[in-house]
Write a protein that binds this ligand. Structure first.
Ligand SMILES: Cc1ncc(COP(=O)(O)O)c(C=O)c1O
Length: 201
């Protein structure tokens, strides 16, 4: 043990992580991409080794909570797509573009800052929308989504690539609240479809 002031430690079996990713892949359709959430140092398991194991096992996306977590993965040589789940402040726009991170956008200030930084790129820069379907922590409220998506579409350096939400109590046996969240999320997707805003992921 390098640090003998710690009397407890966790041993992480990276083979078990690979096995779990493969099990998830086997349940999903072949065209479904698997994203490994490695936020908060992969929940204490070690962001870099877990990210590498997940990618080796077939995950194609990683997710982190903050921009700096994404930068750390890039600087360690990770090339896969990285979604930043949490709030992306406008001052981080330059880093997001430079490190090819994919931000969840929820404010026009951030969208404008990203559009400015992405203007010189050869291709549109992808962003995702985070919808608050009931968790109450972070995201666009359902009524805000269509006007926000329209504003985003008017900024050619940016491409609306994905949309997602977060189930608040998905690990509880009572699935009522999760069902209601899913219904709310589907309502948002329908409203976008009616306005012919296509979001591929
Ligand atoms: C869609 C989604 N899944 C999972 C997570 C992971 O968060 P938590 O560990 O708090 O569930 C987040 C965090 O923002 C998220 O947005």
């Amino acid at each position: 043990m390098a640090n003998n002031t710690h009397l407890t430690w966790a041993e992480i079996d990276l083979e078990a992580i690979k096995h779990n990713i493969q099990a998830i892949k086997s349940l999903a359709s072949p065209q479904t991409q698997v994203m490994a959430v490695v936020k908060a140092n992969a929940y204490g398991h070690g962001a870099l080794p877990v990210a590498r194991a997940a990618l080796q096992a077939g995950a194609t996306w990683l997710a982190v909570n903050r921009v700096n977590e994404g930068i750390a993965l890039r600087e360690a040589g990770i090339d896969a797509r990285i979604l930043v789940l949490g709030y992306c402040p406008p001052f981080q726009a330059a880093n997001v573009v430079r490190y090819r991170l994919t931000p969840a956008v929820t404010t026009l200030e951030t969208v404008r800052a990203l559009a400015k930084r992405a203007a010189a790129l050869p291709r549109p820069f992808s962003v995702h929308l985070k919808i608050d379907s009931g968790m109450g922590r972070f995201g666009l409220l359902p009524d805000e989504v269509v006007p926000f998506a329209r504003a985003l579409q008017a900024m050619p350096p940016l491409r609306l690539e994905g949309i997602f939400s977060h189930f608040a109590v998905a690990d509880e046996s009572d699935v009522d609240f999760s069902r209601r969240q899913l219904q709310t999320f589907r309502g948002v997707l329908n409203a976008l479809q009616k306005t012919e805003i296509a979001i591929p992921l």
